[in-house]
Design a protein around this ligand. Structure first.
Ligand SMILES: Cc1cc2nc3c(=O)[nH]c(=O)nc-3n(C[C@H](O)[C@H](O)[C@H](O)COP(=O)(O)OP(=O)(O)OC[C@H]3O[C@@H](n4cnc5c(N)ncnc54)[C@H](O)[C@@H]3O)c2cc1C
Length: 450
């Protein structure tokens, strides 16, 4: 248990400046990769800071191994709606032999599985090729800010505490760490503080693909049978799917609550520690079920539990506009569109997953993502992209997946470039110029379909 409310004073100290940059990106998930790639492509001196030794964010560090949100069901036609930086990254993963063909999701859209090792190397290659400086094993720990202007990010590294000075900062930490340190308003959970539940992902090897067949469609009935014998599962609506090599499958089946039964809070160090252990406990219980009850899995073994528990939702900034669940379901249009989200509401609630889709095929199946969702209050030179951008609890359950994060990150990088070009606050850039820049880079803004 933590020691309650005791404090010590830390002496003030001078710390070395690691470097001076035009654009400083915190976090190397899909939003951070796209932000850094985009800012550097526009010629900006850019650094990306990441606490782990590799890129990919939850996509690698939490073993997600599957891109959602790249496709939308447009009046019955399932098509790719996220391009730009995502195209360049996916092409590299494919060249490394790590990208699967698109697979159907619930008969309504498609997703793309990938191999973690290929994603990491492809992202290195993309960012180094564009001249981004990568600082790994650096934990963002604080900011220096005055009168709404950030001047430095403080990081803890093996070489000691360092400052990284910048002109525009992009918070892609997933947890809005940087925005919170800078005192930007944020929310944590829904109106009563409920967060989406986390999951400890894992992959198994040794599956017999011929015997397993389309096991993803038979596993729910097999779970119901096992439950009659007294087997307990943390959640229903599990996702168990093959990777590119069909002897290997990914398993998205656990659900980690804190000791009080509510979704674990990924900004609480003690809850995180408890959750890592509880997640691994559930993984071992689920592999027992797979081996015993699912044809083709008798010889399956766990290849890997990922470096960290998969956290779906923590802080979301309350910015200039909050994308809502209603916006997703009614396929909202915005004049300041920076790209689109075609993923439905995917709410990980106690014991299950609830899906809510826009009308299919009556609707165009995607909503615009407005530039305003990247703009925190009170800060002139900070953009926030990815799962911690300005969204409601319900809106975030959709636009948090990789596709939406690539879109937000790419737009944030281009917006940083425009703000620097005019020496303007990020809220004051010319949005039409941003849209032209994004389209010229291959991004799809979704303005051609209603
Ligand atoms: C269990 C699970 C399953 C999912 N399944 C899918 C799926 O199938 N398909 C899909 O597309 N999406 C899926 N998602 C959602 C998706 O992976 C994430 O929402 C997405 O990765 C968010 O991207 P991001 O860039 O905003 O943040 P993240 O991917 O969370 O990246 C944030 C990065 O910032 C780094 N970081 C954080 N704080 C600091 C700090 N203080 N200092 C330095 N570095 C820091 C982290 O290490 C991380 O690399 C899933 C998520 C979870 C948890």
């Amino acid at each position: 248990m933590p020691i309650a409310a005791q404090f010590i004073d830390e002496p003030a100290r001078s710390i070395p400046v690691h470097g001076d940059y035009e654009v400083v990106v915190l976090g190397g998930g899909p939003a951070g990769i796209a932000a850094a790639a985009s800012a550097a492509a526009h010629g900006r001196k850019t650094i990306l800071i990441e606490r782990y030794g590799f890129l990919g964010g939850a996509g690698t560090a939490s073993g997600v191994t599957n891109f959602c949100g790249l496709f939308a069901n447009v009046h019955g036609d399932v098509r790719r709606v996220v391009h730009g930086v995502a195209d360049h990254l996916l092409a590299r993963i494919d060249r490394l032999g790590g990208l699967s063909a698109p697979h159907p999701v619930l008969g309504k859209t498609k997703a793309l599985a990938y191999d973690t090792a290929a994603y990491k190397s492809a992202a290195d290659d993309l960012l180094l090729g564009r001249g981004v400086d990568l600082l790994f094993h650096a934990l963002g720990a604080g900011v220096v800010a005055k009168a709404g202007v950030l001047s430095a990010l403080i990081v803890e590294t093996k070489s000691g505490r360092r400052a990284i000075r910048g002109r525009v900062f992009i918070d892609c930490s997933g947890d809005a760490d940087l925005a919170a340190w800078a005192k930007a308003p944020f929310e944590l959970g829904d109106a009563t503080g409920n967060l989406l539940y986390p999951t400890m992902m894992f992959r198994v090897n040794g599956v017999d693909p011929n015997l397993a067949g389309e096991a993803w469609s038979t596993i729910p009935a097999l779970m119901r049978e096992a439950q009659k014998r007294g087997v307990r599962f943390a959640r229903q609506e599990v996702i168990v799917r093959p990777q590119r090599n069909p002897v290997e499958w990914r398993v998205n089946a656990t659900q980690v609550a804190s000791r009080n039964g509510r979704a674990l809070d990924g900004t609480d160090a003690d809850e995180l520690s408890y959750g890592e252990i509880e997640g691994r406990r559930q993984v071992q219980a689920f592999i027992d079920f797979l081996r015993a009850d699912v044809p083709g899995f008798a010889q399956a073994y766990i290849v890997d539990t990922p470096p960290q528990l998969g956290i779906r939702e923590t802080r979301r900034i309350v910015g200039a506009y909050q994308l809502s669940g209603e916006d997703v379901l009614r396929c909202a249009s915005f004049d300041d569109t920076i790209g689109v989200n075609g993923w439905p509401l995917e709410q990980h609630v106690a014991g299950t997953v609830e899906w809510s889709w826009p009308a299919i095929p009556q609707s165009r199946g995607f909503n615009h993502l407005p530039y305003r969702m990247l703009l925190p209050q009170r800060l002139n030179n900070l953009l926030v992209a990815g799962r911690c951008a300005s969204m409601t609890h319900a809106g975030q359950s959709a636009a948090r997946v990789s596709g939406g994060c690539f879109v937000m990150g790419e737009a944030a990088g281009a917006a940083a470039h425009l703000a620097l070009a005019r020496d303007a606050a990020v809220a004051d850039i010319d949005v039409a110029a941003l849209q032209r820049l994004l389209e010229a880079s291959g991004a799809y803004l979704g303005r051609d379909v209603t």
